[in-house]
Design a protein around this ligand. Structure first.
Ligand code: NAP
Ligand code: 3JN
Length: 347
């Protein structure tokens, strides 16, 4: 890697993801010559500490991107649709955390452990996948490579921080209210919209994002479509059920897969995942060792355990996959993409 330093912008710097992006830039000692922090007018003017520096947050406009070389976006799809092309037009490489461009054939959708080489065909915008997709494909890619993969059925248990800073506050308030015996107000989850809102404290909500005409939610369709694109498996069968649960951080997934090869054992899969990039294997029933979301908070890895062969299908396996949704699911994957761009000489 060269010693070059970069003018970096974070769009959505005050949000649940944006704040983790800044922390990740510090943790990775990312080579920054200048950091521009952008938000809506609500937070503009706030001063934020970054290392020893105090940076004033500015309103994001097209001109905010003059001179920016790497722009990390996490301010929602409509902001990305409007401003990511403006940033790219001004010469920045955009790494976008929203679903705005993920399925655009001209935009690479990248998880570095899986398809880093797709970065070579970027046209100024690179998409960061949905958090639930990312942790699943990191764990499944080594299995695909070794044994092929033709079916994935996933059920998720997603933390509220995936729905933003306001959802975290809502879970805190509701939990306290219920424990005090007060009435509960539900305003945000399942989604900020004109739809019904359900209590999330002491509950489980089988809806994340809006329902589509096919009966799946948008979150479920993101997992289905993004998995096929990232893994270059257009024909793999994928089904997803996405559920919000009342924990702050750490998404968990129960995943069933079928491999192309038969004669594969659970031990073979464990050996593969033991050395897989980005994966930590935690699998020892005799010691009750398995991944827990409470243990993964603040860590960049994808944790995998409970690996079992299906009782009926010789090529079927069950896995339990856990990761910090704000890190590998968002901020870390984005910063990792930026590091890959530098490593590959693409920025
Ligand atoms: P959040 O906590 O609600 O934060 C939203 C951020 O966007 C805030 O910084 C907010 O600034 C900023 N913002 C809102 N409207 C804006 C505008 N018009 N112009 C500029 N900035 C604006 O939400 P979050 O959880 O961080 O998520 C933000 C987005 O990231 C989501 O909408 C989603 O698209 C994406 N995301 C991706 C994943 C993933 O799976 N990879 C996970 C979570 C989120 P103010 O402080 O001024 O309001
Ligand atoms: O709910 C979660 O756990 C993850 C949420 C991600 C999210 C939230 C709002 C909008 C996304 C996303 O990244 O898929 C979006 C979006 O569609 O951009």
């Amino acid at each position: 890697m060269s010693n070059k330093q970069y003018h970096v912008a974070v769009v959505g710097a005050t949000g649940a993801v944006g704040t983790q992006m800044m922390q990740m830039l510090i943790d990775r000692d990312f080579p920054i010559s200048k950091l521009t922090l952008l938000s809506s007018p609500r937070s503009a003017g706030k001063v934020v500490k970054f290392k020893d520096e105090e940076i004033t947050i500015q309103v994001a406009t097209p001109d905010s991107f003059e001179g920016v070389e790497i722009a990390l976006f996490s301010a929602g799809g409509s902001v990305s649709k409007e401003l990511a092309p403006e940033a790219a037009k001004r010469g920045a490489i955009v790494i976008d955390n929203t679903s705005a461009f993920r399925m655009d054939p001209n935009v690479p959708l990248v998880v570095p452990e899986v398809n880093e080489n797709d970065l070579h065909r970027h046209n100024g915008i690179i998409a960061n996948p949905n958090c639930s997709t990312i942790q699943m494909v990191v764990a499944l890619e080594p299995i695909r490579k070794a044994y092929g993969l033709n079916k994935i059925i996933v059920s998720t248990y997603q933390a509220v921080s995936g729905a933003g800073a306001s959802a975290v506050a809502e879970l805190e308030e509701q939990s306290a209210a219920i424990l005090r015996g007060d009435a509960v107000k539900a305003e945000i989850l399942p989604v900020k919209s004109d739809e019904k809102h359900y209590q999330i404290a002491f509950n489980a909500i089988p809806q994340i994002d809006k329902f589509q005409d096919n009966g799946f939610t948008y979150e479920e369709m993101k997992m289905i479509n993004e998995t096929k694109k990232i893994m270059h498996l257009p024909d793999v069968q994928v089904a997803a059920t996405c559920v919000r649960i009342p924990i702050m951080t750490g998404h968990s997934e129960s995943v069933y897969i079928e491999t192309d090869s038969t004669n594969v054992t659970a031990h073979d899969v464990k050996i593969l995942l033991q050395d897989a990039p980005g994966v930590v294997l935690q699998d020892d029933p005799s010691k009750q060792l398995y991944p827990l979301p409470a243990d993964c908070v603040g860590k960049p890895d994808v944790f995998v355990g409970r690996i079992r062969k299906d009782l009926d299908r010789d090529n079927g396996f069950h896995l339990w996959i856990v990761s910090d949704n704000l890190l590998k699911g968002a901020a870390w994957n984005s910063v990792q993409i930026a590091e890959s761009l530098i490593k590959l000489g693409l920025v």
